[in-house]
Design a binder for this molecule. Structure first.
Ligand SMILES: [Zn+2]
Length: 318
């Protein structure tokens, strides 16, 4: 396997592999069943997807990739879909809806600023060109709450834990192997990524659902980084919860959004992650709290609806 293009190959359980690639430090899953191979996420371009497909052939010689699962809609997990022509692509229904807009967003960002960052030497001009040249391949099959994929002598479960890193994150579990692929709900090599499409206040609850699927022997594969344990997930869940609670507390104290990162840094608990990566968490969290307050008729929100919106019986929203 010396000609593998991945920088790292781990067999995390029998017939369950993780391949790591340097460009965006994506961790790809490979699950081998008697009826074929399932690939978890496909890297950041059609060219990268092609090299991944070549690597999968080296890891599982003679077996064909019949299933692809996208853990969520972001480009570094989906743009390689087009390289897996013979496979059926599965994703959560929200990820399928959001894939094109998420893809267009990253292409627009790259076109607006194609300069290279010396901190990320693997992301070259050619790599960015390959991202821009990628045509989208949307999922063939979606689910809303849970699904099972039968690989012959084993199977995988797909569960929707709720919103968090995006509105389309899924948790993939291989019960026979006690391996869970968590996508970007969990990150090991960097703090969790709070982007323009994150749900910071709901993220902790989604991680609770993932934790409920774990044993103390589970191997959890993050979207970026090396595999971790349930204890790691519980620790990161506590940190993500601290972000949500600090946002809620600052909002309730009336701290303006523009001051929240600074004031939060000065609070006794402080932000559990570098505040430079939390601007969108604050923006999205504040917007959600304001919307909730408006819906519930909180006068602080600046408007008090005379009656509940149509279809809403006026019950408190949990
Ligand atoms: Zn992501």
């Amino acid at each position: 396997m010396s000609d593998l293009t991945a920088t790292d190959l781990l067999e995390v359980a029998p017939r369950c592999f993780v391949l790591r690639y340097p460009e965006w430090d994506v961790s790809i899953g490979v699950v081998v069943g008697s009826d074929g191979v399932l690939v978890v996420d496909t890297r950041a371009s059609s060219a990268q997807g092609q090299r991944l497909a070549d690597d999968v052939r080296r890891v599982a010689p003679g077996a064909s990739v019949r299933w692809v699962v996208n853990t969520h809609q972001h480009f570094d997990h989906t743009f390689g879909n087009i390289a897996f022509e013979g496979a059926r692509v599965h994703a959560h229904e929200n990820a399928a809806v959001g894939l094109v807009s998420a893809g267009d967003r990253i292409k627009t960002m790259i076109r607006a600023d194609p300069s290279l960052d010396p901190a990320y030497p693997a992301i070259t001009a050619e790599v960015l060109h390959e991202v821009l040249a990628t045509e989208y391949r949307l999922p063939d099959q979606t689910f809303s709450s849970a699904a099972v994929i039968d690989l012959g002598d084993t199977y995988v479960e797909l569960a929707y834990p709720g919103r968090g890193h995006t509105d389309g994150d899924l948790v993939l579990r291989v019960p026979d192997a006690d391996v869970v692929f968590g996508g970007d709900l969990i990150e090991q090599s960097a703090p969790p990524s709070f982007g323009t499409d994150c749900y910071p206040l709901e993220w902790p609850g989604s991680l609770d659902l993932m934790i409920g699927m774990l044993t103390d022997a589970s191997v959890v594969v993050p979207g970026h980084g090396t595999p971790v344990t349930r204890a790691f997930v519980q620790d990161q869940r506590a940190d993500v919860s601290d972000v949500a609670q600090l946002i809620s507390s600052l909002y309730a104290q009336g701290v303006p959004e523009a001051d929240a990162l600074r004031v939060g840094t000065e609070e006794s608990t402080g932000w559990p992650f570098p505040s430079g990566g939390l601007a969108e968490a604050v923006r999205r969290g504040y917007a959600q709290l304001a919307a909730d307050a408006a819906r519930l008729g909180d006068p602080l929100a600046g408007r008090s609806p005379a009656r509940p919106p149509a279809g809403n019986p006026g019950l408190p929203l949990a």
